[in-house]
Design a protein around this ligand. Structure first.
Ligand code: ACO
Length: 327
């Protein structure tokens, strides 16, 4: 394969890792003024995993990456590119991707982070795919890893009940287009609107001082735009690939709120049983939620080789987007 040959990025491995500590809604009732019934009714969430004190975004991401490489039957030496999507890095620098590289014993390669909050994994897939198509790498490890529990205000009932920790990873392998058999990453649609930064943010950071702040969200303002934005990105990605939305086998959405998933499905006439839902068990794990949901649907036999799968997300930025892949 030469650098100039047209390639497809095939998804050849998937891995997931969730912390062992599962926190039910009932346990949250003891911490803030909330109820299991409110959380279930407004979000669909029943539980979430929360990282142990010694677990970090890099440790969760490394474990998901290790599992994805094992699933692909590949060794650390095979990896030429690591893209980690996270809004909760272990450190200001180096990148969490580099920390994961060291943990996995991956030799010198390209490694960096992508920061698009909950849309991070969709962005990271597009970045990795584009770099592989440009001949920069033949095997990529794309990771979404988060420890949102560390940036939550645990006294704010309007946000702390929504999020969880976790990591998911995918292995992409460049193959000549002529050998791909129509499989691989087919199209992306990525969007951002920084004018809306204020409705979902964490203040603080090295340049503004004051250390890392806590997550703040105008939930209804985000909610109002979610269905429209996500639906537009899904249609754009499908149009770019020349595929009808109805031909997609599985929708793997960012898991923020069950009502958003249902709203998008209604708007685009997507049958409910084509939508992978894990928000009930995982909560909103930001950049980890799409690969975690993908891994769950692969593990239980729903997503099979040859299926057309659409990944989509919306998050802080605002950012949103969709990726279409035939697995
Ligand atoms: N328990 C009990 N009551 C609560 C809780 C809670 N945990 N949280 C809020 N309430 C109360 C409010 O105080 C309010 O009370 P009031 O009527 O007396 O003022 C009432 O419930 C209704 O609050 P709303 O905010 O109107 O509830 P809503 O139905 O909008 O649900 C939610 C809130 C779940 C946050 C929803 O707006 C949402 O999902 N928004 C989008 C989130 C999202 O998609 N984020 C993007 C990705 S995240 C990222 O990028 C990091």
């Amino acid at each position: 394969m030469t650098d100039t040959q047209a390639v497809r990025s095939m998804l050849v491995g998937i891995g997931a890792y969730l912390p062992a500590n599962v926190v039910s809604n009932t346990r949250l009732e003891a911490m803030v003024d909330t109820t299991d019934a409110w959380i279930r009714e407004r979000t669909g969430i029943t539980q979430r995993a929360i990282a142990a004190p010694l677990e970090t975004t890099a440790s969760l991401g490394a474990e998901a990456g290790r599992r994805a490489l094992a699933d692909a039957g590949m060794a650390p030496e095979d990896v030429e590119l690591i893209v980690c999507a996270t809004a909760t890095p272990d450190q200001t620098f180096p990148a969490t991707a580099a920390l994961i590289q060291a943990r996995l014993g991956i030799p010198v390669c390209i490694a960096f982070d992508v920061q698009a909050v909950c849309t991070g994994f969709v962005y990271a897939m597009a970045v990795a795919d584009s770099m592989m198509k440009a001949g920069q790498a033949r095997t990529a490890l794309v990771i979404g890893a988060e420890t949102f529990s560390r940036i939550l205000d645990w006294s704010d009932r309007t946000t702390c009940v929504l999020f969880g920790d976790g990591a998911g990873a995918a292995v992409l392998r460049a193959v000549p287009e002529s050998e791909a058999g129509g499989r691989g990453v087919l199209a992306h649609a990525l969007r951002a609107d920084g004018r809306q930064a204020g409705i979902l943010h964490v203040r603080g950071g090295p340049s503004s001082g004051g250390g890392t702040g806590k997550l703040a969200m105008q939930g209804q303002a985000v909610f109002k735009q979610a269905v429209t934005n996500i639906s537009e990105a899904i249609e754009a990605a499908c149009a770019r690939a020349g595929i009808a939305v109805a031909d997609v086998d599985w929708f793997v959405p960012h898991q923020a709120n069950r009502r958003i998933l249902d709203g998008v499905a209604r708007r685009l006439a997507i049958p409910e049983d084509k939508v992978v839902v894990t928000v009930d068990r995982h909560g909103n794990t930001s950049a980890a939620s799409v690969p975690l949901a993908f891994a769950a649907a692969r593990a239980d036999g729903r997503i099979k080789p040859g299926d057309l799968v659409l990944l989509e997300a919306m998050g802080g930025g605002l950012t949103w987007g969709a990726t279409l892949v035939r697995v």
